[in-house]
Ligand binder design. Structure first.
Ligand SMILES: [Zn+2]
Ligand SMILES: [Zn+2]
Length: 365
């Protein structure tokens, strides 16, 4: 594959400001590679970055859900990663050091020196650290997974939300066949959690959403949810208690963004000895009505979920490649790379279009 000299990219230069730029494609070492992007998925984290919630350094190329083809690769990287030029790969978001205690203890996603693609600024060579671009630099410590090249790219790129579904709703709470799982929030991560729980044989899957989420809840049903609860019109705790004969849910997974009420609800709807996974970020707001005595008296196991690791991504890619589940029901929008701001605003429902579930950016080559 011959490479152009530069890559078009949408660069975040300020809060809510994405600027088109051409960035040099670098010469690479034996340990690195260049990815030619096919699509880049977007999610709620893209909106947070657009809004500069975390005050991370700029200018920067966002885009943490890249899928593409290896355009160039050093010999040592090809050997270590087991991929070559022309292979389609999913790229993991986190870059870990592989030397610190968390890395050596097997939790590379919690690396003391972790870097995250899409948050490394342009000032750090070679600048092409994000998926809002035609090409991306793959650092020697990248983790990539081969993906079947015959899949539609919009489908293949769902390794990201689906990987979260497997890690957050199945692996971390150790969801078992027959379990009742409540998923708080019907966004792409919530829907991916439905798919993952269905895959491992959960008994009853319950999804909550707002009155405005009717379409998403319908997709949840189509993907295997047994019950949907509209929290604007129903008491979710009472409904979960009714569905479970008063016992409560085995597992509750919160994937709702910014709302804190679901966390308080989770404590009340989980069963004695049940598990709660918190994966939706709340902008560092405290939770009102957080009654810790529930945690004590019910012996609730509460855990946080930060990102996805290889096990979840592999489970997701296997399921996508099996073509057993019609995941394209979740996919609602494709945007040109140059329309990245519009894509994010559509996702965040700032635009007169509330149908967005899963969407992605498609660069032109
Ligand atoms: Zn994301
Ligand atoms: Zn480390």
């Amino acid at each position: 594959m011959s490479l152009p000299k530069t890559s078009f990219a949408m660069v975040q230069t300020a809060k809510r400001e994405l600027t088109p730029m051409d960035i040099d494609i670098p010469d690479i070492s034996e340990d690195a590679a260049i990815l030619r992007l096919e699509v880049c998925g977007i999610c709620g984290s893209d909106y947070e970055q657009f809004e500069d919630v975390l005050r991370t350094p700029m200018p920067v190329i966002p885009g943490h859900e890249p899928l593409g083809v290896i355009a160039k690769i050093g010999d040592r990287a090809a050997q270590r990663w087991g991929v070559d030029v022309g292979d389609r790969v999913a790229v993991e978001t986190m870059l870990s050091c592989r030397h610190c205690d968390p890395c050596l203890g097997g939790s590379y996603h919690l690396c003391d020196h972790r870097k995250i693609y899409s948050y490394i600024p342009l000032s750090e060579w070679p600048g092409l650290w994000g998926g809002y671009a035609q090409y991306m630099y793959l650092h020697p410590n990248s983790v990539v997974h081969k993906v079947d090249p015959s899949l539609a790219p919009e489908l293949a790129v769902m390794f990201n939300p689906l990987g979260a579904g497997f890690r957050w709703a199945v692996d971390l709470p150790d969801t078992q066949p027959g379990d009742t799982v409540v998923i708080l929030g019907p966004g792409q991560r919530g829907l991916a959690s439905v798919v993952a729980c269905r895959e491992v044989g959960a008994g009853t899957i319950i999804v909550t959403g707002l009155a405005a989420d009717t379409d998403k809840l319908a997709v949840a049903k189509a993907l295997g949810a047994d019950h949907c609860i509209d929290v604007d019109n129903e008491d979710p705790v009472a409904r979960v208690k009714a569905i479970t004969g008063g016992r409560g849910a085995d597992v509750v997974v919160d994937v709702s963004a910014y709302a804190t009420q679901p966390v308080a609800d989770a404590l009340r709807m989980v069963k004695m000895g049940g598990k709660i996974v918190l994966a939706g970020v709340k902008g560092f707001k405290p939770v009102n009505e957080f009654i810790s005595d529930y945690v004590v008296t019910k012996e609730i196991q509460m855990m946080g979920a930060m990102g996805v690791t290889s096990k979840g991504y592999r489970a997701a890619i296997n399921l996508i490649e099996s073509r057993r589940v019609d995941l394209m029901q979740m996919h609602t929008h494709d945007f040109k790379l140059s329309d990245a701001a519009l894509a994010i605003r559509t996702l965040a429902r700032e635009i007169e279009d509330d149908s967005s579930i899963h969407s992605c950016l498609v660069p032109e080559h």
